[in-house]
Ligand binder design. Structure first.
Ligand SMILES: Nc1ncnc2c1ncn2[C@@H]1O[C@H](COP(=O)(O)OP(=O)(O)OP(=O)(O)O)[C@@H](O)[C@H]1O
Ligand SMILES: [Mg+2]
Length: 500
């Protein structure tokens, strides 16, 4: 169905694809895996005409194809769903789907006709999408199905999905895979980029492994396993589980009493009390959107005081109303869940991002606040080196890094502060398995040095593997504490959903 031959693509002096070739067979689900920055998104964006290759050839259905923009790709039956959805909230499903599809047509938009076809497509695949629903009323999982419908409406025969499950809950992932299988049964060809090896094994027929812009492996899914894939991806043996000793917690660092936090739709956090001690990782498990984001943001000082009631103490001192800057000065670091909104200034370079939040004080600035260029350079080099940020160029804009490398930069910056309390949200979202192993090890080292860590993750496996104590949050309330060593993922799942 698709062949990419000898594709090379550079951005400035960064080689994103380096003579990469791959073939996708018709009617299969084809996974593409590889480290952060390996060139997965780039090569697929070339197939979709989002970028044009510097050299190389593309064949569709065995015929050489010129794809110089997404319009060409759509004409050839190629669709792509990007990791960040591109839907307009205040419009209906049908309106979103025909947006763009009808440009250049002299005939007016026939919404009713479109809605009818969308309903048929949705019914065929059991997507359960109402064409007249407003996007803002849909869940993330539903929005994703709208993106699929949008591609199918444009008659895509080959669908490229870039990390489609990163934002889905475990149940949504299952449903999503059933949909992909039904699409395959109807003759669709699907390319899925993912970092999750369980997913590769569960849903794909074929796997291509990329590293440093090249294709380094090509296997049938039925003939490989997790360990082997991990090794091909990283180029060495990878530890696929977290190794840690029991914690030996010390004094209380963070003490939360009867904390409530207002949110967009009323109260997001309801009367939470909890404690995190020095030398322990306290995990919070919950379905996303149950108050965990607001809780962490409130602790980091990012929620207006008027939305907060209750009390937060840090090392015996009340900080409920302290500013974010003050909290950072006291020794609280924050790895935010949304790296674009909260973690980085995308148009600033790596060095500038590496000093965010501590740029005004020694050692990065002198006593009167003048930046010390040499100190900043040194700090940046350390982060890049210790956290393996690629490409290792302090003066690239953060925007040009791949998602996983952006995350490593943020984690490096916050770790460099040597915090007493670390607030961590979704530390490994979009991060490759080698880097996950690394980040997990770093978190445990940080714990063993005596830091108190509060960890929120939508990955149940991650939070159970890392946490010494695990709290379950539902509708803004802590509904229970479990021992992560003895409680099954199913039991925790039931608590998270209230047994539904
Ligand atoms: N628009 C761009 N400008 C500059 N550099 C870019 C751009 N897009 C990608 N790159 C660089 O090209 C390389 C490959 O990036 P790409 O996004 O394809 O990686 P990836 O395999 O999708 O990684 P991830 O798993 O983190 O998403 C990276 O080094 C990245 O920094
Ligand atoms: Mg990518």
């Amino acid at each position: 169905m698709l062949e990419l031959k000898d594709i090379t693509k550079t951005f400035g002096d960064v080689v994103a694809n380096d003579g990469a070739s791959l073939k996708v067979e018709k009617g299969t689900i084809h996974a593409i895996v590889g480290e952060n920055g390996a060139g997965k998104s780039t090569i697929m964006r070339i197939a979709y005409g989002f970028y044009t290759a510097d050299s190389g050839e593309i064949f569709v259905d065995g015929k050489k194809a010129e794809i110089s923009n997404p319009h060409d790709a759509i004409e050839l039956g190629i669709g792509m769903v990007h990791q960040h959805f591109m839907l307009v909230d205040t419009m209906t499903v049908a309106e979103n789907i025909i947006l763009g599809a009808e440009t250049g047509s002299a005939i007016g938009l026939d919404l009713d006709e479109a809605a009818k076809r969308i309903r048929e497509l949705s019914n065929d695949l059991k997507l359960g999408i109402d064409p007249n629903a407003m996007i803002e009323d849909l869940s993330v999982g539903e929005e994703q199905r709208v993106e699929l419908l949008k591609a199918l409406y444009r008659k895509a025969r080959l669908l490229i999905l870039d990390e489609p499950t990163a934002v889905l809950t475990p149940q949504e992932v299952k449903d999503f895979f059933s949909i992909l299988r039904r699409m395959k049964d109807q003759g669709e060809t699907i390319v899925i980029i993912t970092h999750k090896l369980e997913e590769v094994l569960a849903v794909s027929d074929h796997v291509t492994v990329m590293r440093d812009g090249k294709v380094v492996g090509d296997v049938k899914t039925s003939e490989t396993n997790k360990q082997e894939l991990a090794k091909m991806i990283v180029g060495r043996e990878v530890l696929l589980r977290v190794e840690k000793t029991d914690s030996s917690p010390d004094g209380s660092v963070l003490e939360i009493s009867n904390l409530s936090v207002g949110g967009k739709h009323g109260r997001a956090v309801e009367d939470i009390s909890l404690q995190v001690r020095s030398g322990e990782i306290v995990g919070i498990a919950g379905v996303e959107g149950n108050g965990q984001s607001e809780l962490i943001e409130c602790l980091a000082g990012l929620v207006p005081a008027s939305d907060v009631s209750g009390r937060i103490d840090f090392n015996g001192k009340e900080i409920t109303r302290a500013s974010a800057r003050r909290r950072k000065e006291l020794g609280i670091a924050h790895i935010p869940e949304n790296r674009h909104k909260r973690g980085l200034l995308l148009d600033f370079d790596l060095a500038e991002n590496a000093m965010l939040g501590v740029h005004y004080r020694p050692p990065l600035a002198n006593a009167v606040g003048l930046l010390d260029g040499a100190a900043i350079e040194k700090r940046t080099e350390e982060i890049i080196h210790d956290f393996d940020v690629r490409p290792p160029k302090p003066h690239l804009p953060a925007r040009s890094l791949s998602g996983g490398n952006q995350q490593k930069l943020i984690i490096g910056r916050e770790f460099e502060l040597d915090p007493k309390l670390l607030l961590v949200s979704q530390p490994t979202r979009g991060v490759d398995i080698g880097a996950i192993e690394f980040i997990h090890r770093k978190l445990i080292e940080m714990r063993d040095r005596g830091a108190a860590i509060l960890l929120v993750s939508a990955e149940l496996e991650e939070v159970t593997a890392l946490a010494d104590r695990l709290l379950v949050i539902r509708e803004g309330e802590i509904v229970g504490e479990v021992d992560p060593k003895t409680t099954s993922v199913e039991e925790i799942g039931l608590m998270m959903t209230g047994g539904q």
